[in-house]
Design a protein around this ligand. Structure first.
Ligand code: NIG
Ligand code: FE
Length: 414
């Protein structure tokens, strides 16, 4: 099927040649075409140009009048935990009353609470609950998502989560990447035997997951109170033997050494990074590891924000992700994440748009096919209502501006 979209007020994030990601000063550059058309053939972007020079298109084409709305690439959300059972609003109340994220975790709440709920939930029910979140994020403009395991914490339950992620990949229109996060927390029964749990991850979970090809990446929550650098290294080395590249949780709670460890193991991304200083920045520069910030988590938990401005000014690229999860960020709304990027992290609108498209595509290993309006890339796009500028998108921070979403060349919007 071919589709021509015309009367586009502005085509945003147009890249002729394939750019893997943008860094430093280039993050504030956002290529656009005003008054544009866009041609989609099957599920691929086939061409674009200015309305002033519209070629004649065959009558057989499907046509869509964008009515002056803007078109941008659908968001790539490179860090979520959206496969989970139930919800954790009781801990939200505990947080309002003054308990910290770590205190809640120490009492057996937090990740272990979600693990218990997940254990009691069937695979079908887990899939059903997760698909509601998938439909929700599509309506928010997300076209590609990375989803982690990590609420299983037993071989059987980690496999259950990863099979649900595979089913989402097969049955939804989203582009999905799966990450194995067995090292999300130490389960209660291994509290006095941490090595026993790490052995279980390296000797049993990783081989079982690799045998079914259930994961693209491997993650470890390398932070104070969770996994140490030494433990992280053991797990990443085992993952590497099975071809699993790291995408890590690092430096959310402290200067944990997680960033340097991620770079050492050639992580595709290191994520959170609230505690990032000069040494961490030096390790990241030129590394090929995408620093990925999750401003929803720091916002929701009322914690420190990462030094985004300092990182960009030092020449680093940045990606943004939602971290959609029941404990620290129960939202997958990437438009709101863009607003938090501007308001809390002092990123410019151009920088946040780059951070949720081309750079976040890189952070999940799909920037050759996603993240920009480029001929030959996947036709995953958002068509906005008529808006005065692209800056208006993060500015209008709760207005749903996205009427129509096209995924794989098909209109899926409301
Ligand atoms: O990215 N930091 C670790 N993991 C998640 C939170 C998971 C949870 O609390 O359920 C995060 O914030
Ligand atoms: Fe996370």
């Amino acid at each position: 099927m071919s589709l021509i979209i015309y009367n586009i007020g502005m085509l945003v994030q147009v890249r002729d040649e394939t750019v893997a990601f943008v860094a430093g000063k280039d993050m504030s550059l956002l290529p656009v075409v005003k008054d544009a058309w866009l041609l989609i053939e099957d599920d691929i972007i086939a061409g674009y140009g200015s309305m002033a020079e519209t070629p004649s298109f065959s009558d057989a084409l499907n046509r869509m009048d964008a009515g002056g709305g803007y078109v941008l690439p659908a968001f790539c959300d490179p860090h979520t935990h959206l496969v989970y059972a139930g919800s954790r609003e009781k801990e939200y109340i505990d947080k309002i009353r003054g308990l910290s994220y770590e205190e809640i975790a120490k009492r057996g709440g937090g990740i272990l609470n979600s693990a218990q709920l997940l254990h009691e939930t069937t695979e079908d029910e887990l899939f059903r609950q997760s698909m509601e979140r998938i439909r929700e994020i599509i309506s928010f403009g997300t076209g590609a998502v990375e989803i982690k395991s990590g609420y299983g914490l037993t071989t059987e339950d980690e496999l259950k989560m990863l099979r649900v992620i595979r089913r989402i990949r097969n049955e939804s229109r989203l582009t999905v990447r799966a990450t194995f996060l067995g090292a999300h927390a130490i389960p209660g029964q291994y509290k006095e035997n941490r090595n026993g749990y790490i052995d279980l991850i390296t000797n049993e979970m990783i081989p079982a997951i690799a045998a079914e090809r259930l994961a693209d990446y491997i993650d470890v929550f390398c932070d104070r109170g969770f996994f140490t650098v030494e433990e992280t290294e053991r797990i990443l080395a085992a993952g590497a033997r099975y071809g699993l590249r790291p995408k890590m949780h690092a430096n959310e709670l402290d200067y944990s050494g997680g960033i340097q460890t991620g770079v050492k193991y050639k992580a595709l991304s290191v994520d959170h990074l609230e505690f990032t200083g000069d040494e961490e920045i030096a390790a990241l520069l030129g590394s090929g590891t995408m620093p990925t910030l999750l401003p929803g988590a720091a916002f929701f938990l009322g914690m420190t924000d990462p030094p985004a401005r300092k990182m960009i000014d030092a020449g680093l690229p940045l990606a943004l992700a939602s971290d959609y999860n029941p404990g620290s960020s129960p939202s997958g709304n990437m438009k709101f994440i863009m607003s938090l990027g501007c308001i809390r992290l002092k990123m410019l609108p151009e920088e946040v748009i780059n951070a949720v498209t081309i750079n976040s595509a890189y952070a999940m290993g799909i920037s050759e096919t996603h993240g920009s309006i480029t001929v030959g890339k996947k036709a995953n796009i958002i068509i906005t209502q008529k808006i005065p500028s692209y800056e208006f998108i993060p500015y209008a921070y709760t207005t749903n501006l996205f009427d129509r979403i096209v995924l794989n060349g098909e209109i899926v919007g409301k």
